[in-house]
Write a new protein. Structure first.
Length: 77
């Protein structure tokens, strides 16, 4: 399976990586932050708020189904 990559340039101050994922996909994308950090090795070193002008590569294809199909854990019966 090939992954389509989109480049996003940070244009506003105070943007986090998870906020950027939410803006792009408009829904929770479990495992997407981890995939983005794996693709952009230097991104974790800039801190929690991405500086304006930072370019981030985002994989567009959904994560594998094993990430999305985790069993539900119930704390109480």
């Amino acid at each position: 399976m090939t992954t389509t990559v989109e480049t996003y340039t940070v244009a506003t101050e105070g943007l986090t990586l998870s906020g950027m994922v939410w803006r792009r996909f408009k829904k929770p994308m479990f495992g997407m932050v981890e995939r983005i950090l794996a693709m952009n090795q230097n991104l974790a070193s800039v801190g929690p708020y991405l500086p304006v002008g930072t370019k981030v590569s985002i994989p567009i294809d959904p994560p594998s189904t094993d990430v999305l199909s985790r069993p539900v854990v119930q704390l109480w019966d």
